[in-house]
Design a protein around this ligand. Structure first.
Ligand code: MG
Length: 249
């Protein structure tokens, strides 16, 4: 179901989103060679809980064991933090954070390079950031969901990268995942009609190679089918009277 939000509900999601943004920045600063993905998860969990009324949205969601999704290199999303998964120079790590506060969720993700990125990595990171911005620009009243996906896809494909098709963005509010789905591909002027009050998690997952993915035997970790890199950036965005409002910025 689609739920349009009132201004006061959007303000509540923004409060959760502020915590998401702070936590993502702090754990991004902690990314360095030698740190394990479990250490990043523990840091995220304690930072989230240090905020009054806040809890980690992903912990226990569908049985997910941790506060943070940590996806390294060919891992696309939903990587489970592990003590033995130690980051090294040259890795890319995607960190996905969700916060639940006073009945409302906010969700954002970013990919960080461990040490300076190689040229190819920098290009993929930059392209995915631009794809997210292009998608957000289309998140306006009277546009359609296809306008968002088409804008994301155009940026990704302009660099000969591909967008993941089997996983999509989503509405968000009192539930972590609400309708409508927000694919990272589409046709302009097609799909669900966007109205003021809609709040969307827009989250391009851009692959270096094929768009195809598979899920590992842990039933969570999604990886690229060809083992090439994947990058993920996400914001929670409200459709406001004057255009898109990033609530996790
Ligand atoms: Mg999301």
């Amino acid at each position: 179901m689609v739920f349009l939000k009132t201004r006061s509900e959007i303000d509540r999601i923004r409060e959760a989103g502020k915590v998401v943004a702070e936590v993502l920045a702090r754990i991004g600063e902690a990314v360095r060679p030698g740190v394990s993905t479990l250490e990043l998860d523990e840091l995220a969990d304690s930072l989230i809980r240090s905020n009054p009324d806040c809890s980690a949205a992903f912990k226990g969601y569908g049985g997910f064991p941790n506060a943070l999704c940590t996806s390294v290199n060919e891992e696309v999303v939903h990587g489970i933090p592990k003590k033995e998964k130690v980051l090294k120079e040259g890795d890319l790590v995607s960190l996905d954070v969700g916060v639940f506060r006073k009945g409302y969720f906010a969700d954002a993700a970013a990919t960080f390079s461990v040490g300076p990125p190689a040229e190819r990595q920098r290009k993929l990171l930059d392209c995915t950031r631009r794809a997210l911005s292009a998608g957000i620009e289309q998140a306006v009243d009277e546009n359609r969901i296809g306008d968002i996906g088409a804008a994301v896809q155009k940026v990704a494909q302009s660099e000969n990268f591909s967008v993941v098709r089997d996983l999509v963005g989503h509405g968000i509010g009192q539930n972590l995942h609400e309708d409508p789905q927000v694919p990272n591909f589409g046709i302009p002027k097609r799909g669900y009609l966007i109205k003021e009050g809609l709040v969307l998690a827009i989250e391009p997952m851009v692959n270096e190679g094929t768009h195809e993915i598979r899920t590992l035997a842990d039933n969570w970790t999604v990886v690229t089918a060809d083992g090439k890199l994947s990058v993920h950036f996400e914001h929670t965005v409200a459709i406001g009277p004057n255009g898109p409002e990033i609530l996790t910025g």
